[in-house]
Structures are given as structure tokens and as C-alpha cells.
Design a protein around this ligand. Structure first.
Ligand SMILES: [Ca+2]
Length: 206
């Protein structure tokens, strides 16, 4: 890359600008290129990756004892019972957005007095993506880029670990999906009209 080589060497930057002057026909053209670059840079900063609460409307509960899995206000609550070996909150057809980057959530988990082996987990396509068997709470985040644009099976579960007690409880909350920025049509229109304006001004001058 000839221009890249020039830019990497500060001493040779001026010849590049001079060349742009020749292409554009005036120093104003160069100035406008610099201003346009600054505007695009600012737009880039404004459009950084952001997180949004995961839409849980497509999820279902799987349990035999009603009320063992509930969801309210974005918080999933699991209460172990003596009938179900596993309690699931799941979506068999979760469509991962093309620009999804990470899935994050908070958890809390408590074992009953005689519950030794129970655990809380999250799965993607039936493969464990996270689990804990330690009482406590925390924040979890995992990479979703490998699943961009795919329809996956996504679930959280409280699993019976083989003890004789049914005293474990767990919760999952603040579930967020982070996405990389995608320029909105309105933004693209602004950039496009700005470019058209630059070209128009340049033509008037010539
Ligand atoms: Ca148990």
C-alpha cells in the first residue's frame, strides 16, 4: 500500500496531501476530506457496541411441578422440587442477531442444607456454556460471535445433582445481549447527503 507507507512515515505525509490537492484541484477539497474524516470518526464513536435486555417472550418453562420455574420482569427463578431432575427455561428457536457479540447475565444460587450436587447452568444447542455448583452470586458473559445469524437452542437450568434433598434455588437476571454497531438508514442518509453536498460544493468552485 503506497499511501499507507507514506502515512506511516510522517515526513512523507505532505506529498500525500499535495497529491490529494492535485486530485481535488484545491486545498479546500483537502480540508473537506479532513472534516469528513472527523465526522465519520465521531459517528463511529457514537455508534459503539451496546447491550439491550434479551427478549424473553419466546422462552418457555419445562417442569412437572408447576411454579418451579418462573419469569418475572426479566428474572428467571428456579425452585428445586422432589419430582423434577431438571428445571429448564428455554427457547428451542432463538435467532441470534447477525451482529450479536456477547450474552451476559447475573446469577444467584443457594443450596439447601442437604443439597450437595445441584447446579445451575446455561446451554447453547445442549452444550453447557456456563455452570456453577457453588452457592453465591456473580456476573457471567460469554462470546456469541460463533452463533451470529444462527437459530440456536438457548436455555438456563437448575439440575438435580443426585442428592436426596430439594432445597436448592437459583435465579438468572439482567440478561443482556450485546451487539456491534450497525449504521441506521437515517445515519447512512446523513452521510450520503453530506457527501453529495461536498461534491456539489466542489463542482461549484470548478
Ligand atoms: Ca437437591
Amino acid at each position: 500500500m503506497v499511501i499507507a507507507n507514506h502515512i506511516s512515515n510522517g515526513k512523507k505525509l505532505k506529498p500525500v496531501i499535495n497529491r490529494l490537492n492535485i486530485i481535488g484541484g484545491s486545498k479546500m477539497f483537502t480540508k473537506r476530506i479532513v472534516v469528513l474524516g472527523a465526522v465519520l470518526f465521531a459517528l463511529g464513536l457514537a455508534a459503539q457496541a451496546h447491550s439491550a435486555p434479551l427478549d424473553l417472550s419466546g422462552f418457555s418453562v419445562m417442569e412437572n411441578v408447576a411454579g418451579s420455574v418462573t419469569q418475572s420482569g426479566g428474572t428467571i427463578s428456579f425452585t428445586e422440587n422432589s419430582t423434577d431432575a431438571a428445571l429448564y427455561f428455554y427457547n428451542d428457536f432463538f435467532v441470534v442477531p447477525n451482529n450479536a457479540t456477547a450474552l451476559s447475565f447475573d446469577y444467584s444460587f443457594a443450596l439447601g442444607e442437604f443439597d450437595a450436587g445441584d447446579y445451575l447452568q446455561s446451554n447453547i444447542d445442549y452444550v453447557e456454556s456456563w455452570y456453577t455448583d457453588l452457592p453465591g452470586s456473580g456476573h457471567v458473559e460469554f462470546d456469541m460471535t460463533a452463533f451470529q445469524g444462527q437459530t440456536i437452542v438457548l436455555d438456563w437450568a437448575l439440575i438435580w445433582g443426585g442428592d436426596d434433598s430439594a432445597g436448592s434455588i437459583g435465579s438468572i437476571s439482567n440478561i443482556d445481549l450485546a451487539v456491534s454497531p450497525v449504521p441506521e438508514p437515517a445515519t447512512l442518509l446523513l452521510i450520503g447527503s453530506g457527501l453529495a453536498g461536498l461534491v456539489g460544493l466542489q463542482r461549484k468552485k470548478v
